[in-house]
Design a protein around this ligand. Structure first.
Ligand SMILES: NC(=O)c1ccc[n+]([C@@H]2O[C@H](COP(=O)([O-])OP(=O)(O)OC[C@H]3O[C@@H](n4cnc5c(N)ncnc54)[C@H](OP(=O)(O)O)[C@@H]3O)[C@@H](O)[C@H]2O)c1
Length: 258
């Protein structure tokens, strides 16, 4: 039965950035059930060791390697070296899944450029740099998928989180272009647009009807990866909510407290 699953899946070797994210952990669990091998990147080495041990106990048949990665520090040649090591180790890479991010304090970003700059780097530029790097390698392979967690916050700027929204919006446009550019090379690009998800990032928030569990979002992500979707909203109803929000005329929108 296990080898049947192995033959069915088109994902075998997977690189994950932000592997300690609540959503990423759930995606990794689902892909591990399909017997994928992983090369994980996360900020904390100690956390990575725990994650590797946990995966090896739960899924003894899979290979898991890892390296530390900090989106604010590891750029340029350092990042290139880390990605090269992951590709060398895995051989062929089927999926690069990028999940890291943080929710900055909007007021602090307005007060202090350093805060805004870091938020734009972690949520925007660092992700674009990873995509830029792995796109060349997947293009050489003539196959693979890049899946990135963006956010519905990137669809319209709101006073409560427009620095975060700017970074996510930047990713959305970049991924649109990348998808178009990589299409002839058999490399697929998935943009993931979650709404509100109950994770480490949102522990402070009061949860209501619109909130989703990370397992539900992870399920949607894995299905979308296999189905080679271009853009998904998760849960699905955010597509409708965002369509309505985008229809509000700017002269009305600017007066709203959102
Ligand atoms: N939760 C939501 O409502 C929601 C909605 C829309 C989109 N998203 C997006 O979903 C993705 C996953 O977030 P989550 O909800 O699963 O939250 P999470 O559990 O807080 O995961 C975020 C991950 O990003 C990592 N990270 C933060 N700064 C980093 C840096 N400088 N370098 C490397 N890694 C860094 C964190 O590392 P540590 O584990 O070391 O802290 C954490 O593992 C993010 O891109 C987020 O923007 C979330």
């Amino acid at each position: 039965m296990a080898s049947f699953v192995w033959e069915l899946t088109d994902m075998q070797n997977v690189i994950v950035f932000g592997s300690n994210s609540t959503i990423a952990r759930s995606v990794i669990d689902k892909l591990a059930l399909e017997r994928c091998n992983f090369y994980l990147f996360a900020r904390e080495k100690s956390q990575l060791e725990l994650q590797i041990n946990d995966l090896k106990v739960k899924y003894p048949d899979i290979n898991v390697s890892a390296d530390a990665y900090d989106a604010l520090v590891d750029t340029g040649e350092i990042l290139n070296g880390k990605i090269k090591q992951a590709f060398d180790q895995l051989g062929r890479v089927d999926l690069v899944f990028i999940a890291h991010g943080n929710l900055p304090n909007q007021s602090a970003c307005e007060e202090n450029w350093q805060d805004a700059n870091s938020a734009l780097k972690v949520n925007g530029l660092s992700i674009i740099e990873i995509c830029h790097n792995v796109a060349k390698r997947l293009k050489e392979q003539q196959q693979g998928t890049i899946a990135v967690i963006s956010s519905v916050a990137g669809e319209r700027g709101r006073q409560s989180n427009y620095v975060y929204g700017t970074a996510k919006g930047m990713i959305n446009i970049y991924l649109q272009g990348l998808r178009n550019s990589l299409y002839p090379h058999n490399v697929h690009v998935l943009t993931i647009m979650p709404g509100f998800v109950d994770t480490k990032m949102t522990t402070e928030f009061k949860k209501g009807l619109l909130w989703a569990k990370p397992e539900k979002v992870a399920n949607d992500i894995v299905k979308a990866i296999h189905a080679k979707k271009n853009v998904i909203y998760t849960p699905w109803f955010w597509r409708i909510i965002m369509r309505i929000i985008k229809l509000i005329p700017e002269n009305k929108f600017k007066k709203m407290k959102l």
